[in-house]
Ligand binder design. Structure first.
Ligand code: CU
Length: 126
């Protein structure tokens, strides 16, 4: 009796890995920066506009510690000086959505949900 030879398993794994890579290559991610300074981003970074279905990669950095929220997409990331975060998601829902910033030492814990958003995500229908 002969079991599955190690070489056979290795070949299957290689096939799976190359299939996964080719899927990822079909949808290149659109990368955006949110570089917070004093809890705010530059005006040029305050609107992120993509087409529905886009793969969005966000690089978030901040000179103060806090949490970034994108509630509509149930995304959040903690960022601190020297500890940036990277978020990846598929822009499956169209519309305008708020990025909120909640500083770790914020006076009101919920402060970022009021007033102007840190930035806006705009997902356009195709
Ligand atoms: Cu929030």
């Amino acid at each position: 009796m002969q079991g599955i030879r190690p070489f056979g398993i290795f070949a299957v794994l290689l096939l799976l890995a190359s299939a996964a890579l080719s899927i990822a290559a079909d949808a290149p991610a659109q990368t955006f920066e949110l570089a917070l300074s004093g809890g705010q981003v530059a005006k040029s970074q305050s609107l992120i506009r993509v087409d529905k279905g886009a793969t969005v990669k966000l690089r978030v950095s901040s000179d103060t510690p806090g949490n970034l929220h994108l509630h509509a997409y149930k995304l959040e990331a903690h960022v601190a000086p020297g500890a940036p975060a990277e978020l990846s998601f598929n822009a499956r829902a169209t519309g305008r959505f708020r990025f909120e910033w909640h500083p770790d030492n914020g006076a009101a814990k919920d402060g970022g949900h009021h007033g102007p958003p840190l930035a806006t995500l705009e997902v356009m229908p195709k």
